[in-house]
Design a binder for this molecule. Structure first.
Ligand code: B12
Length: 504
């Protein structure tokens, strides 16, 4: 290592899917640098972003001054892309410590470290643990005292005591100069420039399919409204941002904070919109009319709700602590305030021991889909909605539903590399039959997007004849619950495949 030169930290944000890119700011990586001593370390963040050749950037950046190479990964394809990047690093400098962070290694640190492509895993919230780790690696000190990490030492895996999640207000603001912000802006509707921000950590709720209760231990810390507004101000003034998408697991926990953020936006007179923010029906139904009006006036355009299911039985099974009636009510309130409710739903919730029986499983999953459609029919008027997302339940490690899934036949991947191939688009669970899976896919991919009035406004006038027919058949299928002979869906899949092959 050259003396008197700053030591280098190189970080990589991988692609979420084979043909996708990592869009938006690599917030996790920017956040973990907030406590790094910039006098001592130089930082290079590389994103698998459409505007950059990330492989070349990694190869050109790694050198003898590099103290670590870090990757951020959720379960699934990001692991695969991270391993591809790590192979490039290993080829150039085989001894650089490889640090994993993010949801996957936090849930399965030991399994992650069994892979030859991992040396250290940071478990959970990363800011403080990462700063201590960089310091220790650069000084060649022991890692034994750093809470919240796991690492390999003399061929053995050591898991240090855990670290309690901390209030995000303890950390300095994220440093936007760490990345080329312009490269991470996403072109959006009406010519607006879209950027993502994350203003809180954790979620206080207990949903039994979600990783949050396991990692954040049902704690929630929201960045003070003034600090949120300061970040927004920088992005509006320096980068002409017109739409803010919030990546928080639960943006709306603190009513007073939301009030202050909305009032701040209005006071500043910014011509901005905001949305894609995760919330919960019960919590948002407690907001009064004044606050809904304030949100509308401040530019709130969409709220993402984990509606999850269409029946009370399913919602109780996943500890969702809400009801289908609340989802319907929520749709009414958002409609009244011109805010799009984006519903995220799941079909194929595991039931033990019922779903050991194939017939019961087929009937149960079918009923779930039907209940979802019934609830949507009550919630949505004239198909005026923004988006509906219907996923087939995919077991992610670390929560109670994952354990139930194993009891009824789910074969859990056993290595980091196997988890890399674990795709959301594949049907990974044996209790969802091919037929039910195909219906859910047809709804998600074809019926919901094409039946939607918003889609019609956005595309049909421009794209013409085929889209128009698709819009009409999607509406017809939904009205009659008729999903056999899915010709249109097959056509769409064929076009997408052809496009994918071209991209290759
Ligand atoms: C944005 C997002 C996405 C984006 C990806 C980003 C993009 N722009 O392209 C998209 C839309 C593509 C996406 C897709 C999916 N997502 Co997603 N997504 C998120 C979301 C909402 C925000 C991520 C974020 O920016 N967080 C903000 C940063 C600051 O927090 P963080 O990532 O947790 O980082 C902290 C620590 O984890 C740690 N850390 C993170 N990285 C690193 C790296 C190092 C080196 C270190 C030391 C520490 C560290 O330190 C950070 C600061 O404390 C999270 C929920 C959430 N709030 O995090 C879900 C989340 C990550 N997604 C999740 C899931 C399940 C999915 C999907 C399967 C959803 C679906 N049904 O399609 C797909 C998977 C895609 C695939 N093909 O496999 C789960 C992950 C579960 C898991 N086991 O991995 C989450 C947690 C949501 C949830 N509660 O279930 N997602």
């Amino acid at each position: 290592m050259q003396k008197n030169k700053k030591k280098k930290i190189v970080l990589f944000m991988p692609k979420p899917s084979k043909y996708g890119y990592y869009l938006g700011l690599p917030l996790a990586l920017m956040e973990i640098c907030s406590l790094i001593d910039k006098k001592k370390f130089s930082i290079k963040i590389v994103s698998a972003n459409p505007d950059s050749d990330y492989k070349k950037e990694i190869c050109e950046t790694i050198d003898e001054n590099t103290v670590l190479f870090g990757v951020s990964s959720m379960t699934g394809y990001q692991i695969k892309n991270s391993i591809e990047a790590i192979k490039l690093v290993r080829k150039k400098k085989p001894c650089i410590p490889i640090v994993w962070g993010g949801y996957h290694c936090s849930l399965l640190p030991e399994e992650t470290l069994k892979s030859e492509f991992a040396d250290i895993a940071v478990i959970g919230q990363g800011q403080r643990a990462f700063a201590e780790l960089a310091e220790a690696l650069s000084e060649k000190k022991s890692l034994g005292a750093i809470k919240g990490i796991a690492y390999k030492s003399n061929g053995k895996i050591r898991i240090n005591p855990s670290r309690e999640p901390e209030d995000v207000n303890n950390f300095p603001d994220i440093d936007f100069s760490l990345v080329d912000v312009e490269k991470h802006i996403i072109p959006f509707e009406n010519g607006k420039r879209y950027i993502n921000l994350c203003t809180s950590y954790g979620c206080p709720h207990r949903c039994s399919f979600c990783v949050e209760p396991v990692l954040s231990k049902r704690k929630w810390f929201g960045l003070k409204a003034e600090r949120v507004l300061k970040q927004m101000e920088f992005l509006v003034e320096k980068h002409n941002i017109g739409f803010f998408g919030f990546n928080d697991s639960n943006f709306f926990v603190d009513r007073e904070r939301i009030k202050k953020i909305c009032k701040g936006i209005i006071k500043k007179g910014w011509k901005i919109e905001w949305g894609d923010a995760n919330g919960r029906t019960k919590q948002l139904l407690m907001y009064d009319e004044k606050l809904w009006k304030l949100m509308e006036k401040s530019g709130c355009k969409s709220i993402l709700i984990g509606a999850e299911g269409g029946s009370q039985e399913i919602l109780d099974l996943i500890d969702k602590d809400t009801s289908p009636e609340e989802t319907v009510k929520f749709a009414e309130i958002t409609r009244k305030h011109n805010i799009d409710a984006v519903f995220s739903l799941m079909a194929g919730i595991p039931k033990y021991p019922d779903y050991l029986d194939k017939k019961k499983a087929n009937a149960g999953v079918k009923k779930e889909i039907w209940d979802i459609l019934k609830m949507l029919n009550k919630s949505l008027h004239e198909k005026k909605y923004h988006a509906i997302l219907l996923f087939v339940y995919t077991p992610y490690p670390g929560n109670p539903l994952f354990e139930i899934s194993k009891k009824i036949g789910f074969k859990e991947p056993k290595t980091l590399e196997e988890w890399a191939d674990f795709e959301i688009i594949a049907n990974n669970v044996p209790w969802v039959s091919k037929k039910n899976y195909a219906i859910a896919q047809q709804l998600m991919d074809f019926v919901f997007p094409y039946a939607c009035d918003y889609y019609k406004k956005k595309h049909i006038e421009k794209l013409g004849f085929v889209q128009n027919i698709f819009h009409k058949t999607a509406l017809w299928r939904w009205k009659h619950n008729f999903f056999a002979f899915p010709v249109e869906h097959e056509m769409l899949k064929f076009f997408r495949k052809a496009r994918g092959k071209i991209k290759k």
